[in-house]
Design a protein around this ligand. Structure first.
Ligand SMILES: Cc1cc2nc3c(=O)[nH]c(=O)nc-3n(C[C@H](O)[C@H](O)[C@H](O)COP(=O)(O)OP(=O)(O)OC[C@H]3O[C@@H](n4cnc5c(N)ncnc54)[C@H](O)[C@@H]3O)c2cc1C
Length: 406
């Protein structure tokens, strides 16, 4: 049987892969997504803080209006534990209505799946990229079966030929390994505990984060006064917290959050995620581009991982469409290097800032604490610095794709 050919194959149907597939399909490319998990696989309870720039990209793709239960937040408050300095941000400082939205990852994925299907994107799932062979003007992707059955219209192929392969297959990217792109990693030796909670007092549309010596604890606003917490802490401590009975966990959480929203009246199921940073040396190889966590996995303390992946996806599709529009090869070296130039420096800057923040807040000793507090207090008073931080947090930094414009 001849192997089917498409313009682009996307390895990974996570949020980065889905935005890549939708953006490429909207630009007129024929796309196949290869995903290791079955359709309708359980969500993992994670939520994401979606920036205004990402919201615009999702809106242009027709995904945003399909998303239900997104909670907007207008303010952020970040402070150092045990009476340290505090910095507050308000969307009004940049003339905006909100700073972003908190949305369940599963809900965003479902909306994007509907969009890619409406755009005629084909699926191969459950199947995994298992090998690659570079040919003239194309790459052949060898697929291995994942455990499970193929369902519905999804078909499980054994090979796909494509002009471009996008590795959006997450931090442990097989595509990255198969093309031999080296990656440097850092294990934070922390778990991020994720859980929905109901505090006694309303969150007031504010994203809260306390910097604790073992890692940050965030309360992200959800509808109906609920919050989603991300508690990053040393692995041993996290395992202890995960094993606690419900009421004991709620008490520990209340204390760690310094009672800012009163008692924690209810807490849902908890899940722990190992936290690490991964930095790919390059984002491209012949006929292959890396995007999202496959290219850069970062600490969740600034809530930027998904957003960087969405920007990668939008820029990659924009670059491919520009190349095709000029009669050039969208999967060729020039287009892929252009993508890398537009995305890598920005992703690296965010990664370094987030990593620096983690180190700064975990450093102990009175002089460091005094310095941190002085820095935070000064930043709080300086409106231009705050405006810059707000614009970065809203996703308006780096070489943005046209789809992120108003
Ligand atoms: C606790 C925690 C909280 C976070 N909070 C935020 C936040 O508030 N805001 C934010 O922006 N980011 C946040 N992040 C980061 C964010 O979750 C990730 O950056 C994002 O999910 C990465 O998406 P991705 O699609 O690139 O990779 P993944 O989500 O890892 O998706 C990869 C996909 O590829 C598939 N796959 C893997 N191997 C293969 C293969 N060989 N063949 C085919 N398919 C394959 C997998 O099944 C998966 O579906 C958080 C992370 C953690 C751990």
């Amino acid at each position: 049987m001849p192997t089917e050919r498409c313009d682009a194959a996307v390895a990974g149907g996570g949020l980065t892969g889905l935005v890549t597939a939708a953006s490429l399909a909207r630009a007129g490319f024929e796309v196949v997504v290869v995903e290791g998990r079955e359709r309708g696989a359980e969500g993992d309870g994670r939520v994401s803080a979606i920036t205004v720039a990402s919201e615009r990209i999702l809106r242009r793709l027709g995904a945003w209006e399909r998303i239900t239960g997104a909670a907007s937040f207008r303010r952020m408050r970040v402070w150092e534990a045990s009476g340290g300095a505090e910095i507050r941000f308000d969307a009004r400082a940049v003339g905006a209505e909100h700073l972003g939205h908190i949305v369940e990852n599963r809900v965003i994925a479902e909306a994007l799946e509907e969009v890619v299907e409406s755009l005629g994107v084909a699926w191969s799932r459950p199947s995994r990229v298992a090998g690659l062979e570079l040919g003239r003007g194309e790459v052949t992707v060898e697929l291995g079966r994942s455990p499970g059955r193929a369902e519905g219209r999804a078909r499980v192929r054994s090979r796909i030929r494509a002009g471009l392969l996008v590795g959006a297959d997450g931090g442990d990217s097989v595509v990255r390994s198969l093309v031999g792109i080296p990656a440097r990693g850092r294990d934070y030796r922390q778990l991020g505990i994720v859980c929905s909670v109901r505090p006694e007092r309303h969150h007031r549309d504010t994203a809260w984060q306390v910097a604790r010596p073992a890692g940050p604890l965030a309360f992200l606003p959800l509808p109906e006064g609920l919050c989603s917490i991300v508690w990053s802490t040393a692995r041993g401590h996290a395992e202890h917290l995960l094993a606690l009975a419900d009421d004991a966990f709620r008490r520990e959480l209340e204390t760690a959050f310094e009672g800012r929203l009163g008692a924690i009246e209810w807490a849902g199921p908890r899940a722990g995620f190992p936290l690490r940073a991964i930095r790919a040396a390059t984002y491209s190889a012949p006929r292959v581009a890396l995007a999202g966590d496959a290219a850069h996995t970062i600490h969740p303390l600034a809530g930027q991982g998904v957003n960087l992946g969405i920007l990668d996806a939008a820029v990659l599709a924009e670059v491919a469409a520009e190349a095709a529009g000029r009669g050039r090869d969208p999967g060729g070296r020039a287009a892929l290097l252009r993508y890398e130039r537009r995305r890598k420096a920005h992703n690296l800057a965010v990664d370094l800032a987030v990593d620096g923040f983690d180190r700064l807040y975990r450093a102990r000793g009175r002089p460091v604490r005094a310095l941190r507090n002085a820095g935070l207090a000064a930043a709080h008073r300086l409106a231009p610095i705050k405006r810059r931080i707000i614009l970065h947090a809203s996703g308006f930094a780096g070489d943005l794709p046209a789809s992120a414009s108003e």
